[in-house]
Ligand binder design. Sequence first.
Ligand code: FE2
Length: 390
Amino acid sequence: MTTLRGNWNYPTSIKFGAGRIVELPEHCRSLGMQRPLLVTDAGLASLPMVARAVELCREAGLGCEVFADVQPNPVEANVTAGVAACRAGRHDGVIAFGGGSALDAAKAIALMVGQTRPIWDFEDREDWYTRVNVAGMAPVVAIPTTAGTGSEVGRASVLTDLRDHTKKIIFHPKMLPAIVLEDPELTMGLPAHITAAVGMDALSHNLEAYCAPGYHPMAEGVAVEGMRLIKEWLPRAVRNGADLEARAHMLVASSMGATAFQKGLGAMHSLSHPCSANLGTHHGLTNAVVMPYVLEWNRAALEEKMLRLAAWLGLPNRSFDGVLQWVLDLRREIGIPHTLAEIGVRAEHAKPFAPQALNDPSTGGNPLPVTEQDFERLYRNCITGKLRAV
Ligand SMILES: [Fe+2]
């Protein structure tokens, strides 16, 4: 059991606490929904928790239907099909229910249901978001069932563009869900290896946001506490999935990561995205593998920052090396492989992936500048396990 509970309005309205899924109908109603479309992925759709959410809505008189044609690393076709389902069922809002892929697809569906332009016109470039017809967007209640992506508090969706096999960010400030319902009981069924992988995604968000250059003390404050929660609770959540207190803290740490990364991400995400877009590797797992290599790469820019982080985390060695060692130990403890080769990335991928990594929107947030050649070398290091090679 856990008594952790809270109602927060930062960065959006968050209703946090075990068992609070029962509040779903009232939150839908408060956003004006009579006929919400629950968007989730195919894997979750058959689980009792989806049936229960639908039942709760229907018992409260809401015309709730399910759309579950969402694949991992979602693509435009998933959004198009969801928009069609939304229009066909005359739905007036979206319940985004699931892990990062389902949440991102759901947020994109809620955006696109009111647009006439193609989705790639809303990519996160310059002021493209101003092209959005805001009045047409459907309201969203987001319900995360994993603790990692933090997409429930994000203002964007990541979609794979099959035309060039790159991950693209679709952005509008109003894509931030109006209400987030965080019930840690919904994350209890996650198997240990997924708990580990998505938990490391949350760590990569907090860590890259903290390391990104630029003056943003608010984001850094959120990020360091997010990392402390992950240090304390991720190993416990992996060891015992039924540890509700660990699940609760990880769910908050995940939202904190996505809140903090408004400041920026970095080369961990730049390296990771081409692997997922081309080979379908798991996003969080890929970030977890590349994490120490990118830290080491950025060492020169991070020595002083890592002193402060090490102190906050209570590490025995209060230095850059202390933080690096903690990351390596944590990865080992929760079963993350050490090389990209172990998750299917091969030496011949380094060259074609390097320009994709360079063009990734996360690259701008890396503490040190990274060239295409640098990315190729970083890939080779991550594939072969050469942590200290520069
Ligand atoms: Fe991520």
